[in-house]
Design a protein. Sequence first.
Length: 159
Amino acid sequence: MTERAQREGVETWLFTPKSYPSREAYEADILAELRRRNVELVVLAGYMRIITPVLVEPYYGRMINIHPSLLPAFPGIGGIRQALEYGVKITGVTVHFVDGGMDTGPIIAQRAVEVLDGDTEETLAERIHKAERELLPHVVQFIAEGRVELNGRHASIRQ
């Protein structure tokens, strides 16, 4: 991903979690870099770690994640596989605020994806990832435009 970012002129920096004595120390360095660069919104996609209060608290309401299920169903790793195993007919994607729990933050937007007879994890994942690539940029745009409001557990998008 770093090579792709460089080709596109996107500045990157790398932190290696295992080189830190704790998750909190790791996140403190990330937080320092975010503040140094005046980052206003953190967008997580494929970030498979629970985030501690060190990073959640200063960015609460300004950190979002995308998850491959219609939360609160099938949180955590393997949401697509879990949906298939459970036999649901509709699954999808969720963009939510990060609150430090495992995919428990207030939901901003969701998009349904039909589970088709004969779907495999790979075929369903293809449609879910397409929905993710469509939904996430819209939510980021809505946030940038100041249209997303957070009131307790309820997030809404003004028209």
